[in-house]
Design a protein around this ligand. Structure first.
Ligand SMILES: Nc1ncnc2c1ncn2[C@@H]1O[C@H](COP(=O)(O)OP(=O)(O)OP(=O)(O)O)[C@@H](O)[C@H]1O
Ligand SMILES: [Mg+2]
Length: 356
């Protein structure tokens, strides 16, 4: 999604030395936030990658995915290779592709691909000089690898080999713990009481993560629940007998179409005459109740001290979730899917200001 830009705006500001950017590489959705000429740009795409072994028959375009050809740069392993990201992957190769949700290590391996794929959706520039703040579930495991794979100069073409070249120069400001961006965003919106403990539940695609921040905002607890995130609900819908009977193929329904049906708020299954709202309504309450119970259980020792209990992550934007959370006195951060990326961008701006 591109909230505000135009060719002219993106063309200006080329002299800007470094552009602060927040990068939330989720298991299901990659979110990027940057400012172009005082306008906030939000880019998201499904966290999927496909290497193209032969040129595309026709160039593909989507606001939620990109195509890049890597000419030269610090990633010598990528030279003369080309990739699709996000929605373009699901269009070109719906089944055989790399999903970043398959293995946590893939987020580090493909972070550069996801940034380049996102930039491909913006109007052409000769040069991007990015100052990134990235979040990761495990800094201990991925900090060095992430920095090593993404930092440096990359000469690419957005589109095929012969499209105009763009130089992408990436500096990593810091790798922040998961949730630091969302915390900063919620604080800026006055949704938390930062002088007390803050409990937060992140409803993501693969994971639901209860987190606790100390008075002052340092992360003191972060442990994904044993059970999965929104993907479990989407899979339960995909395997529901009513939908299986309708499809009549014996195979589970397409998860992407279910995700789109939920996000669109209409619950239509692709272009088929099937509405899965009643199935969603039946399954969502138990899905949330289990996760909320486990999240409260794992953070119980901080509950009395906590000044605020909040929820963020894209799952909070699914229909009915915020209302159900409110009944349990959990406040939902607006635009929960974007909270982390927006907050990381604020952190990047602050870090950059301190350097200059
Ligand atoms: N506007 C929206 N309306 C409804 N659902 C949404 C919206 N935005 C995101 N979602 C849903 O929220 C879910 C989780 O999204 P989110 O981006 O938080 O996950 P993630 O960061 O990729 O996963 P993880 O945190 O597990 O790595 C997805 O299933 C997505 O479809
Ligand atoms: Mg996430």
């Amino acid at each position: 999604m591109l909230t505000a830009t135009s060719t002219i705006e993106a063309g200006r500001g080329q002299n800007n030395p470094l552009m602060p950017m927040g990068f939330d590489c989720g298991a299901g959705l990659t979110k990027l936030c940057l400012q172009l000429n005082q306008k906030q740009i939000l880019l998201r795409q499904p966290s999927k990658v496909l290497e193209l072994k032969s040129p595309l028959l026709e160039e593909l375009n989507s606001p939620e995915g990109g195509h890049f050809y890597y000419h030269s740069g610090d990633r010598t392993d990528l030279i003369n290779r080309q990739f699709l990201t996000g929605e373009l992957v699901t269009w070109k190769s719906p089944i055989t592709h790399t999903k970043l949700s398959d293995d946590p290590a893939l987020k580090a391996e493909y972070s550069l691909h996801m940034v380049l794929g996102a930039l491909a959706t913006l109007p052409h520039r000769q040069e991007w000089k990015l100052f990134l703040v990235i979040s990761t579930h495990s800094r201990k495991l991925f900090n060095d690898r992430l920095k090593q794979l993404i930092t440096g100069n990359h000469i690419v073409s957005f589109g095929g080999h012969s499209s105009p070249e763009t130089k992408v120069d990436i500096t990593v400001g810091t790798v922040a713990p998961e949730g630091a961006g969302s915390y900063s965003y919620a604080k800026r919106l006055n949704l938390i009481e930062p002088s007390a403990h803050v409990m937060a539940f992140d409803f993501g695609t693969s994971t639901v993560i209860p987190q606790v921040f100390d008075p002052g905002g340092k992360l003191i607890y972060h442990q994904p629940l044993e059970i999965g995130g929104c993907i479990d609900l989407l899979e339960a819908i995909a395997c529901d007998v009513e939908l299986l009977q309708y499809l009549g193929t014996g195979k589970a329904a397409n998860i992407e179409l279910i995700r789109q049906g939920i996000e669109g708020g209409e619950f239509n299954y692709g272009s088929r005459q099937f509405n899965f709202r009643p199935i969603y309504a039946r399954l969502v309450k138990t899905w949330l109740a289990h996760r909320l119970r486990l999240a409260f259980k794992s953070t119980q020792e901080w509950l009395d001290a906590a000044g605020s209990v909040v929820a963020w992550g894209g799952g909070t934007q699914m229909p009915g979730i915020a209302r159900m959370l409110a009944t349990q006195k959990v406040a939902t951060v607006p635009s929960g899917c974007w909270a982390n990326a927006i907050g990381l961008q604020t952190i990047a701006s602050a870090l950059l200001a301190r350097r200059s």
